[in-house]
Design a protein around this ligand. Sequence first.
Ligand SMILES: [Zn+2]
Length: 348
Amino acid sequence: MMMVGVMAAALWGIGALMGAPTRARWTMIGLLFVAVIFVQLALPQGHPLRTATGGDARFWALLLGLAALVWIYRRGLLWLRARARPETAETVRVAGSFSDGELSRYARQITLREIGGPGQKALRDAKVLVVGAGGLGSPALQYLGATGVGTIGVIDDDVVEAANLARQVIHTDARIGMPKVFSANEALTAQNPFVTVRPYHRRLTAEVAAELLGDYDLVLDGTDNFETRYLVNQTCVRLGKPLIAAALTQWEGQISVYDPAQGAPCYACVFPQSPDPSLVPSCAEAGVLGPLPGVVGAMMAVEAVKIITGAGETLRGRLLIYDALYGENRVIGAKRRPDCAVCGAGAD
Ligand SMILES: [Zn+2]
């Protein structure tokens, strides 16, 4: 019996040395098996060759039966796996509506089970407005564009300054003096020609807020003034649009998804009133770490992708605080306040 094992191993080894495909090597071992069984059946009991190869055909027949069972089991598993992927057909069908350039661009993302072709199409059909093309707006805009959000609006009344460039990475030295929204437009269309950018070079005011935000599915707020923050929140609540808002101070960032239409609190539920300006110094006064808006702004883009595609769990009703100085994340649950002046019973 040892002899058969040695012969099988030798056949496999020689096959491997010759570079024979696995299938051919299994065929050789199968032939060896047939020969051994033939020896057991044809030669008389006690024949030296028959004794050397086990002496009994039943043992080899059992082994052959087991091998056949394993083969049938594996084929069955493959068949089941092929049947358990009905979304593959859907993915292919939806992906068919993309150009080759788009398909190869988004291939790694379409591969994700949670996104797939339908998710990528939802991203392309989505309209997202980013308020502020500064520290948080820069990475958020870059990743929204790169990831394939079809229509991106950006509103900001500032121009690019040298002091912005350490963290507002969508802008360049050559574009100092250019309105930030036009600088952002240049960067986004250069990075991904498949997205449409709508730049609004103006301040967001109450007069235009409802009309402008009404044209988008989702709003990202990365501004650093409380007046605009409360205006964006109030408008989103009235229109029933989800709002991803983030803020930074020195080494710390916080982000949440405010969405009373889906049972989550609004920004004013969590921050009922703007703090005394003397207690909250601006980035210009207190300073801010250059890469910090990169981390938190990218998180805003991640939340946007999840809201649009329905993947995973968003930060609805949860406030995430990232402490860059100690490398820690904290997540705090946030609830709607029934007496909230913006989304509660007391709202106008
Ligand atoms: Zn509220």
